[in-house]
Design a protein around this ligand. Structure first.
Ligand code: 2IP
Ligand code: CA
Length: 388
């Protein structure tokens, strides 16, 4: 007989299931014609009169976030008020009416509410509602057997409903090559759910769902994949197992993943590290995922252009594998003050109180994501005097 799953194991199972529903929402918006039209119209911006059309991608984001919030709070009321996301759930429809997007207890009520946001488009509203109210269970024996000495009342959650939205909307259909990663395209779009400890802000659990991992057998639809990781106390478990010591791109040198919009000074400084190779990919979450999978050694970002919701989930996976995500500027300061070895890992519980809006939650010192913390020194030494 199995022992009863612990609260955190139950939370993980729920997050895996709700992330899969989120991936279904993301896929259905691209696969079902009435919804896809709304996405495409947004892209080309044809119908300027209909405001909701311009905002359809935001609606998909908000909906995913609210669905996660609804499902988690229904099962874990102790998390109410501790689930944060990128989006606000206030929405304006084409008539200028303000609608609070939420998932209702009854399916027909959700459809009615969505139809209001979608200016009466019943068809689109019921397609979305069906996916949101689906009862979907992901089974994962390792996840279910986890025993942690913390409970859901000790944690908070960060949601990025779709990270890499521009790639999601553009929808370039690059399949992930067997041995590497995609520099752009649908595989860079990820659903990210990160769990942190309320007391210290340390990331303890992460679920990543990649809705568009590979094409299905018909070649028309997409299949996804999900990964998870848990890191607390003695427990460090990641669903991703490294199959080989290194990938072809890595060879002996240092492979560095960057945003294509990274500053030239940073690119030059990193390129000067002996036998380094610079690579580029879209999506902050996706870049950290590439580090998790050992496809590159490190992801470096010198700007404060990512947020807690981008990094919390993949950070937990990296910790489970012995790595981490640190504040780049703090690492550079630590070097100057002779505090070598100080990793300045990101935490997730405290806002920058002097900032406004989303900037309160920015990873404003830039980030460095690694599996092996000895890489921090190499990167920081190369960048010393070049940035900040
Ligand atoms: C974005 C998205 C971008 C990324 C940016 C994130 O999140 O992941 O792709 O920029 O940092 O905040 P880049 O691809 O240049 O790294 P979202 O898609 O949720 O806005
Ligand atoms: Ca994001």
């Amino acid at each position: 007989m199995f022992a009863k799953a612990s609260g955190m194991a139950e939370l993980l199972r729920l997050l895996l299931s709700v992330a899969e529903k989120a991936a279904n929402v993301a896929r259905v918006c691209r696969q079902e014609a009435p919804l896809f039209e709304l996405l495409v119209q947004e892209k080309t911006g044809v119908d300027k009169n209909k405001k909701f059309v311009q905002d359809f991608k935001t609606l998909a984001d908000v909906l995913i976030q609210e669905m996660i919030r609804h499902d988690v709070c229904a099962k874990f009321p102790e998390l109410t008020g501790f689930i944060h996301g990128e989006e606000s759930n206030k929405f304006k429809n084409g008539l200028g009416e303000s609608v609070i997007v939420r998932v209702c207890a009854q399916e027909e009520d959700t459809t009615a509410l969505l139809a209001k946001v979608l200016d009466g488009d019943q068809n689109a509203a019921s397609l979305l509602t069906k996916v949101i109210h689906q009862d979907l269970q992901i089974k994962d024996e390792t996840a279910e057997s986890l025993q942690l000495s913390i409970s859901p009342a000790d944690v908070g959650i960060w949601i990025d409903p779709i990270d890499g939205t521009s790639q999601y909307i553009e929808g370039k259909e690059e399949e992930e090559p067997d041995e590497g990663f995609c520099p752009f395209g649908l595989p860079c779009a990820l659903v990210l759910i990160g769990v942190y400890l309320r007391s210290t802000g340390q990331p303890v659990m992460g679920v990543i769902n990649q809705p568009f991992n590979h094409k299905d057998s018909t070649g028309k639809g997409w299949k996804g994949q999900h990964l998870w990781g848990v890191s607390y106390g003695e427990v460090n478990v990641c669903s991703f197992k490294h199959r080989r010591p290194s990938c072809p791109q890595k060879r002996d040198g240092l492979s560095v993943l960057l945003s294509s919009s990274e500053k030239p000074a940073v690119k030059d400084a990193l390129a000067a590290i002996p036998s380094s190779s610079l690579m580029y990919a879209s999506g902050a979450g996706y870049k950290i995922l590439c580090v998790v999978q050992g496809l590159v050694d490190v992801y470096v970002l010198s700007e404060g252009s990512t947020f807690r919701w981008d990094s919390c989930a993949p950070h937990a996976l990296l910790r489970a594998l012995g790595g981490g995500v640190s504040d780049l500027r703090e690492c550079m300061r630590a070097r100057v003050s002779g505090n070598k070895g100080h990793t300045a890992e990101l935490t997730y519980h405290q806002p920058h109180t002097e900032s406004q809006g989303v900037d309160r939650w920015a990873n404003r010192g830039g980030i460095i994501a690694y599996l092996d913390s000895s890489i921090i020194d190499k990167v920081v030494a190369a960048l010393a005097g070049k940035i900040f």
